[in-house]
Design a binder for this molecule. Structure first.
Ligand SMILES: Cc1ncc(COP(=O)(O)O)c(C=O)c1O
Length: 451
């Protein structure tokens, strides 16, 4: 580590050098070198792309003062960065009670738990806070074990539930699972509801074979504690209408709990407060996080059904910042802002408009294999023009870096899906300018690919 003193040690990929090298000044380069010197390197983290100094609304501001529309934001920024209501609540709370030691309680924590219990469907009434989504998933897994006396789980290939050992055991993304050693036992995996890559060959009409296969595994194993899945995968994979009711019924028949992970998709991202509301399905345990801290504080929550209040002499979470008053004040202000700002309706309207624009892009650019979205969780999938089953990963990366250089940041998932998750506070004009950037970048990359 001590040797990491020069730019060469950054080891950034050619695409990044183009962005970082051509567009990043000497001062920022020095910051990147310092970052690479003092942080443990890991995939998708250090070395970094750029350094930022401020954020506001839908924008990040980099060290050179350039504004970047943030259509990624790690899915924390439903209410936009430095949302005034959240910032005021955090400031006020900092001045009176910034921390709450274990075995004491405080009004901001109770108020947030009460509000979540009221907002969550039916009897999802019992809350436990955690300092991050991964820890909340750990709580849900433990609670499912205590409730059922079983330990096995069924979860999805390609899913992500966090980075700890228990979470990567149920997660299904190779990059997080490989090279780490033995994972938790009894973690069965099944294909996700993704018609475009369906192993049963459902493409245009989904026959829900993937839901039936979950029941098959539940029956064969016979002692599964929980089915753990993202209601809507933030790729996005948007399951067909009947998918969750079928899985819910299978869980009930086989005595397994249904744990839905809505850590990145809760609080309006899909146009509803909780994604499960689209499917009229109620899990036994709903896990939320990310945006709950209002893009300021780390905060996640487990919301369990009333009957699962059964582990009073076990430690399910026991995290130091369990009832952190500042995080809870940020959470409450976030919920109030979503409601008072009519953000759910705004998201549904803009989401529908985004789909129209994305479909128009698909008509125009042969490299686009599919477009999909729910609320402001949007995906544009790039495929090889010669063979539309092949993922256009190199092209997607070029589109991403080209967009970055024009001030639009987003994430690639599975290598070829441009995943767009802007703050829900975005205006139609801002959304339009992002699609104009994408249009131009896709046009350029498609033309370069053909020549
Ligand atoms: C679906 C899902 N679950 C869990 C997590 C983990 O949350 P955290 O990073 O807060 O631990 C993430 C984070 O990206 C996520 O997308």
């Amino acid at each position: 580590m001590d040797n990491l003193r020069s730019e060469g040690d950054l080891n950034i990929s050619p695409g990044r050098v183009e962005w970082a090298g051509a567009h990043v000044d000497a001062e920022t380069r020095a910051v990147l070198v310092e970052d690479a010197r003092y942080f443990l390197h890991q995939s998708l983290s250090t070395p970094c792309l750029n350094a930022i100094t401020a954020c506001e609304g839908i924008y990040l501001v980099d060290a050179q003062g350039r504004r970047i529309m943030d259509f990624h934001g790690n899915n924390v920024h439903q209410v936009g960065y430095r949302n005034p209501r959240v910032m005021d609540a955090v400031r006020a709370q900092l001045e009176t009670l910034p921390f709450c030691p274990r075995r004491y309680t405080n009004n901001p924590a109770i108020a947030l738990a009460k509000e979540l219990a009221e907002l969550a469907p039916r009897d999802l009434n019992k809350v436990l806070f955690a300092p991050g989504g991964t820890s909340a998933i750990g709580i849900a897994l433990k609670l499912a074990r205590v409730a059922t006396g079983r330990f096995k789980t069924i979860s999805m290939w390609e899913s992500f539930h966090g980075a700890s050992l228990d979470a990567i055991s149920v997660g299904g993304e190779t990059i997080f699972r490989n090279g780490i050693g033995p994972l938790l036992p009894g973690t069965e995996h099944v294909p996700p509801p993704d018609p475009a890559h369906c192993p049963w060959g459902c493409t245009d009409t989904c026959k829900l074979h993937c839901a039936d296969y979950i029941e098959y595994v539940l029956e064969k194993e016979g002692d599964v504690a929980a089915v753990v899945a993202e209601t809507v995968r933030s790729t996005p994979f948007i399951p067909p209408n009947d998918y969750w009711t079928r899985v819910r019924a299978a869980c009930d028949r086989h005595g397994a709990l249904l744990v839905l992970d809505e850590i990145p998709t809760c609080l309006g991202r899909t146009g509803r407060m909780f994604a499960c509301e689209h499917y009229d399905v109620v899990p036994d345990i709903l896990v939320i996080g990310k945006g709950l801290g209002g893009a300021v504080m780390p905060l996640a929550a487990v919301i369990a059904r009333e009957g699962l209040n059964i582990a009073k002499d076990r430690a399910l979470g026991h995290y130091t910042h369990e009832k952190n008053p500042v995080a809870c004040a940020a959470g409450m202000a976030t919920l109030e802002y979503i409601e008072e700002g009519n953000l759910l309706e705004h998201t549904r309207e803009l989401g529908a408009y985004a789909l129209v624009r994305m479909k128009a892009l698909k008509e125009k650019h042969a490299i686009i294999g599919d477009v999909r979205g729910i609320g402001l969780l949007l995906g544009i999938e790039l495929v090889r023009e010669g063979n539309r089953k092949l993922r256009a990963t190199a092209e997607a990366e070029r589109v991403m870096y080209a967009a970055l250089s024009k001030g639009l940041s987003f994430k690639l998932t599975m290598g070829n899906i441009l995943t767009l998750t802007p703050p829900l506070t975005i205006t139609r004009a801002e959304l339009d300018s992002a699609f104009d950037i994408l249009d131009a970048c896709i046009r350029t990359v498609s033309a370069e690919t053909r020549t």
